[in-house]
Design a protein around this ligand. Structure first.
Ligand SMILES: [Zn+2]
Length: 291
């Protein structure tokens, strides 16, 4: 009888399984870096092309650019990066975070995303084992990672990622946890409406935009994954982290005062915490409130 790859993996003894997991997680982390750096450029090109079409301007002739083409280039000198310098973590460590050609600094984002992917993979597999349901949770955690870093870099939370994350959360409950489906559907609607209401309240009072619309969709997706009862605590954690970061930044770099801060990364961290240790955090939160 043919066994699935997943079944074969689960029967491996612990050490070989750990090695396979580490290698796969680092390779996935490396791909996520490609998505994080290229997706905003691909989207921006699409919006420019649409705007030119609407303005009846001739289309721009730009070199081909997608997730695969061109190959990896140094962001400073655009020299191609060889495969051995492009190996997850090892390439960065070998060149000490600098380009082999021009010695320009390579962003810490690359090893950090690879390490975070590895950490999330090990935590999910350690907590929940290797199954289709735990892979779905891991996929959600990794999509959140991509969204958080893209928001940090560009202040964008692309629909192309937030929408599948939302549908994925509802499907996850439908397939693996049907008893939580109602809480997930209400969570998605409530998550969107909470931030939408805050956005309009802030806008009517101050005539300014307090947050981006991507934040509504991201919280809707988190509501779909975690269920509506988790949303108050999730928002408390995200707001607390965002406030600590904002105050710290103003104290350390006063020049940044008044500049907008992306809220997505804090929603992402709160989402990870609720996805990976929600029941423990909820119990602590309830006992703090005396409920
Ligand atoms: Zn270079």
């Amino acid at each position: 009888m043919r066994r699935s790859l997943l079944t074969s993996l689960t029967t491996l003894p612990p050490w070989p399984l750990l090695c396979v997991l580490i290698l796969v997680a680092l390779a996935v982390g490396s791909f996520l870096n490609v998505v994080i750096t290229r997706l905003p450029v691909i989207l921006m090109r699409g919006w420019r092309a649409e705007a030119r079409e609407a303005l009846e301007l001739p289309p721009e002739s730009l070199p081909r650019f997608n997730l695969l083409t061109p190959g990896s280039l140094c962001p400073h000198c655009e020299h191609p990066i060889t495969w051995h310098d492009n190996l997850p973590l090892l390439g960065y460590l070998k060149r000490r975070g600098r380009c082999a050609h021009c010695h320009g600094r390579i962003s810490l984002q690359y090893p950090l995303v690879e390490l975070t992917t590895l950490a999330l993979t090990l935590v999910v597999v350690w907590q929940q084992g290797l199954g289709m349901d735990s892979l779905a949770i891991l996929a959600a955690c990794l999509m959140l990672l991509v969204l958080g870093v893209i928001d940090l870099r560009t202040q964008l939370l692309p629909d192309i990622l937030t929408q599948p994350l939302l549908w994925g959360g509802l499907l996850y409950h439908l397939v693996f946890a049907p008893s939580g489906l109602t809480e997930a559907i209400i969570g998605a609607v409530a998550g969107y409406l909470v931030l939408w209401s805050l956005y309009w309240l802030f806008r009517l009072l101050t005539r300014r935009e307090g947050m981006g619309q991507g934040d509504f969709k991201l919280l809707a997706a988190l509501g779909a994954w975690c269920g509506w009862p988790s949303l108050p605590l999730l928002l408390v954690i995200a707001t607390l982290l965002g406030s600590i970061y904002g105050i710290g930044l103003q104290l350390l770099r006063p020049a940044t005062r008044g500049q907008p801060i992306a809220f997505g990364p804090f929603l992402v961290i709160a989402g990870w915490l609720m996805l990976l240790c929600g029941p423990t955090l909820m119990a602590a939160y309830m006992s703090t409130l005396g409920l």
